[in-house]
Design a protein. Structure first.
Length: 197
């Protein structure tokens, strides 16, 4: 009788642990996930009589080629408008295309760290009469983590470690600008939610 009781308890415990592992999520080869950004901002400086409104939507999709390596892409659209003393001084809209690759150190676990490399190309145009176009790219290396709160949803946090960017206007004689950043800025950690399917 003791052996039967012990076997039953062991079987139930194994089933419970197995169910817990499945409900805690994790990634595996062939998994896909979707995440992204949606931002909206508005400022009203009454002293300077300047109003600014802007938004961005940028869905992102990833796919696991192997147990540890995921690749993906994003498509973003954004708009920004500025008004000074009731007159439009800036009105821009544009598109961003991006690709990324990630290496997950422990993808099957509920908690996993990853290294991320991404490349974005963006093009913004002015909607004002005689306005021009601004194009640029960003490339960056970063680190992040996923924590699964269920089998399909995870919370993601990330920080940039290395970044290079360049942009140039199509205006006559424009020289363009570039920047280089190194070091994790812990004041600029991003947070998001991933859905795995």
């Amino acid at each position: 009788m003791k052996k039967v009781l012990f076997s039953t308890v062991a079987l139930l415990a194994f089933g419970f642990v197995n169910a817990q592992e499945k409900s805690n999520g994790g990634f595996s080869k062939g998994d896909a996930f979707v995440t992204g950004a949606f931002t909206f901002g508005s400022t009203n400086d009454k002293d300077a009589k300047v109003k600014t409104n802007g938004f961005e939507i940028a869905p992102q999709v990833g796919y696991f080629l192997t147990e540890n390596i995921a690749i993906g892409g994003k498509l973003g659209f954004g708009s920004m408008k500025e008004e000074t003393n009731g007159v439009d001084t800036e009105d821009m809209s544009g598109l961003t295309l991006g690709a990324f690759g990630r290496y997950y150190f422990t993808p099957a676990n509920q908690f996993s760290l990853f290294a991320n490399f991404g490349f974005d190309y963006s093009s913004m145009k002015s909607n004002l009469p005689g306005g021009g176009k601004l194009t640029g790219f960003d490339a960056g290396l970063g680190a992040g983590m996923n924590y699964f709160v269920s089998s399909n949803f995870s919370i993601e946090a990330g920080v940039a470690v290395l970044g290079i960017s360049s942009e140039k206007s199509d205006a006559a004689g424009a020289q363009g600008s570039s920047s280089f950043d190194f070091g994790g800025d812990w004041r600029a950690v991003t947070f998001g939610v991933n859905y795995k399917f």
